[in-house]
Each structure stands twice: as structure tokens, then as C-alpha cells.
Write a protein of this length. Sequence first.
Length: 397
Amino acid sequence: MSRILLLGGDGGLEFRLGQFPGNLLVPISALVVEKPEFDIRALMIDDHLPDLVVFGPQISRHTTMSVASLLDAMHPQISVVLVAEPTNDLILEAMRSGIRDVLSPEASDEEFRIMLLKAHDHSSRRNVRRRSTDEEVERTVESRVVVVASPKGGVGKSTIAVNLAVGLAKQAPMDVVLVDLDLQFGDVATHLDLKPAHSLADAFASQGGLDTLLLKTFLTAHPAGFYALCGSESPAAADKIGAKQVRELLASLASQFRFVIVDTGAGLDEPTLAALEEANDAVFVSSMDVASVRNVRKEIEVLATLNILPGARHLVLNFADRQSGLSVRDVEAVVGLPVNVVVPRAPEVALASNRGVPVLMEAKSGAAAKAIKNVVKRFEGEGPAPAPFAHKGVAFS
């Protein structure tokens, strides 16, 4: 049973939330949270914190964002939902305040039901994590850290990473974070047309180490329903970020988000190796040329030798066409992994990147977008079993 607290709801909203059995719905007047002496303890239900707080139309936008920020800071395990007409500005402000979902008052009963299920799932997972921390037991991996890697640039690695974040945000809204770990020339902000107020370098500026709540202030919200930790404008900032800091960063984000997507720089620099040590999944991206395929093979061999090859591996063959002289079977023979997704060369992908709008956000879906959706599908449910890796592959002649 979920304890649902409705703040400032009208009779219609109370009826819609109350029609789902198995929940305890407690409506509270807007005056309770808008009075100057408001105490968060007023939100308790039978001496227990609610699992879900729903803000209705009778509470001002300013009060909603203030109380939501307070709940996010003090009780992040509580899901917070706003019922209001969603606009880009409202969604971004809501995300910054820790609100998980913005639902239109005209949404269908099915959308309300799905919202309640997502909120219950979120609350359950966060409570498990909190109990694990309190009991100082070994952390159970419930989140997935997905590292997108390639030994060379120009193969569309960042395109795969940003679209993976967009796709997973549809599955887990506001529970996805994208990290730009290409410390020298990261372009996640460009791909997403973001102008972040803070960067990855700012997250490590504090001498006191990483603070989970403070870390959230460095994230930039994207209208597609996820967060991004963007790279610095200065390549020199990379000199101040080491492997230990990367591991701490990803562990902290994994404690707060269901999916942590990491876009890495080309090759195997120290931060990339540290990220792969924390990863549950590695997405290897290769273009359809001999040099790229051979380098992916070498990269995987190095990771296997170092014993940091993640348990689940996904091989994406990008820019595929029939003019390259290679077949998918050729690629698989050399790399030693099955090719999981083949993304055809398509002008709409480059156009989307130049516009700062990921191709999975476009209304029209071409062959490349459909292929990238297949990358996203690999992370639905429990995900695929680890792909076999052959240490002795066949070389190109």
C-alpha cells in the first residue's frame, strides 16, 4: 500500500487519485503549506512519511517548488508529482526542484495509474538503498551504470549516448543522468543544445569531497526528462579530475538515479578506465571501417586483460552501409562479440545533432532512429546476459 498525500487538490483530482484501490489517500488544504510557519512534519500520515506527494492546482507555483526542493533535500525517497499543464519552462523548473513527474489535469486514468505505479517503484527502490546504507551492508546494484566507449573519435559515440538517455528517460522519467566524461572535448551540451550553469569540473571544486545533495545542484535538466552533467568549456579542467574522483562521482549518482549513462572520451584514458570499473554495462561503438573495428578489438582485449570488462557488453555498429566492403559477419569475426545493433548511415542523425535535438525526440522516425531505439530496448527489464568474448579472433586480410 502506498501513502499518498494530496496538497491543494480540488474535488476532481481527489476523486481521480482515490479511485485506485490499495492506496491510502490523504488530502491536505493548501493553507497548511502556504502559511509562514509551515513545518514539514505536517505532511506526516499516521506518524509515517508519505510515499507520494501530489501537488494540486490550489497551491502557488512558488510554494510548490519550495516545498518540493525541501522534500528532495530531506527525504529523497519520497516521490513528488505536480498536476499542472506541462510546459518546457515548468518541466525544467520542476526537475530542478526534485519533482519526478508533471502530469496534465486532462491526463487519462491510465496515465494517472502509470504515474502511481512509477512513484511506488521509485519509493520502494530508494527505501531499499537507504536501509542498505543505514545497515552498512554491501551496496546492492539496483541502478545501472552504462559506459559508452570507443577507441577513436568520430564514430557517433556521443550520439548514441545522448539518445540512450532520451530513450531511457521515457522508461524512467527524471531517474536518468547523463555524464559527459570526455574531459577535454566533450560535446554533450552541444548535442542537447544546453547552456549549463555548471560543469563536471564544478562538481569536484569543493575541498570537502562530493556531497550527494550538493551534486544535484550541478546537474542540468533537459526537457526530455533526464539530467546532464556537462563537460567543462576548458580542456585544462581535465587535469584536476582523477580516477578516484570519477569512481566516487558515479557511485554517488548511482545511489540517486536508476540509469547513469557515461559518455567517455576516445581511447582508454584514466577516467574512462575508472568509469568502466564502476559500470554494469559497456556499449562499444564502432563505425564500419577496418581501423575502427580493429581498434575496438584491441580495446576489449585490454579491458579483459585488466579484468575490468563489464559483465554486460553491447556492440553497436554505426554508420553502416553496403559500400564499406565489410559485412556484419566480418566485424563479429574480428571483434569477438556479436553485433547487437546496426545503425545505418542517415543524414537525419547528423542534422539532429547539429540542431541540438536528439533524433529520438524527432516526430518522424527513420531507419537510423528505429535502430537506436533497439539500443534502448537492450536496457529494458533485466537486460541481456553477458555477451561471450572470444580472445582469439580472425584478423582482416
